[in-house]
Design a protein around this ligand. Structure first.
Ligand code: UTP
Length: 294
């Protein structure tokens, strides 16, 4: 059976980023850089590598920098050109998608991730689509979203990226109740948002990559605010269980939660240690820091 192709990705970037204050006071958390590019560009690059063609940003107030980042920077680029800085010019222009392929919609109030995704409904239309939470950065040679799309092409339905976490952390995530499970692909028979460890149905949790069917918008439309007084994506997804195939995929790659200080620093270290321009000196610096600080 063939399923409609996944061509569009939604990037909800309207959150307040309170865990990363004061860095996020006047700047979107998705513009924080890991190595040499902002988180949002890591996410868009991953989408493009997996064949996604249209990029839909759900922006909040004061997030113009994200739209501008995916546009030409006329003054900067003219200056670089006049100074003969071809490599730098290339780097500035490399992330500009084809005209018309970036769509920005506004979430006027931060009413939750589910509400942010719902704000993209007209831009998505009646087709399956990807969702990226850009503060979840996944490092690996095989784009995480591409792995989800490959599974979707076999199974259809909703597909979410999952990973096992220590039981004491289940109250930070959406957690799966698992049916059939071959160790890589798990059938989703239930979903609970941020359950306490003692009641969590498993330790398999959703991270910020999803393939969703457009029917999710009908469920989001009727969703009432729940945990944290926000409209939760997990609750709307849970209502689709039994109506369509639904799987969790243990992806290959390393995920960093860049919405927290620790995850953000780990990501920078991991990317830095793999970067040919800085790895040797960074390694030496890290070693000497560890020796001095124990
Ligand atoms: P988070 O749960 O990380 O929330 O949202 P947050 O507000 O950004 O950060 P904290 O918890 O206050 O530190 C996950 C994703 O959903 C987006 C965020 O931008 C992030 O990409 N989001 C969240 C929205 O777009 N709108 C919302 O109302 C809430």
């Amino acid at each position: 059976m063939t399923y409609p192709r996944v061509r569009k990705a939604v990037f909800p970037v309207a959150g307040l980023g309170t865990r990363f204050l004061p860095a996020t006071k006047s700047m979107a958390k998705e513009m924080l850089t890991v190595l040499d590019r902002p988180l949002i560009q890591h996410a868009v690059d991953e989408a493009a590598r997996a064949g996604i063609e249209q990029f839909i940003f759900v922006n909040g107030r004061g997030k113009h920098a994200i739209d501008d980042h995916f546009d030409f920077a006329f003054e900067l680029e003219r200056t670089l050109e006049s100074r003969g800085k071809a490599a730098e010019l290339g780097r500035s222009r490399e992330m500009v998608p084809a005209p018309g392929n970036v769509i920005s919609v506004r979430q006027q109030q931060p009413l939750g991730l589910g509400h942010a995704v719902w704000c993209a409904r007209h831009a998505v239309g009646d087709e399956p689509f990807a969702v990226f939470l850009p503060d979840d950065l996944v490092m690996g040679s095989n784009p995480c979203i591409g792995q989800l799309i490959a599974l979707y092409e076999q199974t259809g339905g909703n597909v979410v990226a999952v990973q096992d976490v220590p039981r004491e952390h289940t109250n930070r995530y959406g957690v799966l109740d698992v049916g059939r499970d071959d160790g890589r692909v798990a059938e989703v028979i239930g979903l609970v948002e941020k359950p306490e460890p003692e009641v969590a149905p498993s330790t398999l949790t959703i991270i910020g990559r999803y393939i969703l069917l457009p029917e999710i918008f009908d469920h989001l439309q009727n969703q009432k605010p729940a945990a944290g007084n926000e409209i939760q994506l997990t609750d709307a997804m849970a209502q689709m269980i039994g109506q369509a195939a639904f799987h969790g995929l243990r992806f290959t790659g390393t995920r960093f939660d860049c919405g927290t200080k620790l995850g953000f620093l780990q990501a920078n270290l991991a990317y830095g240690l793999r970067d040919p321009d800085v790895s040797v000196e960074l390694r030496a610096f890290a070693k000497s820091e560890l020796q001095t600080r124990g």
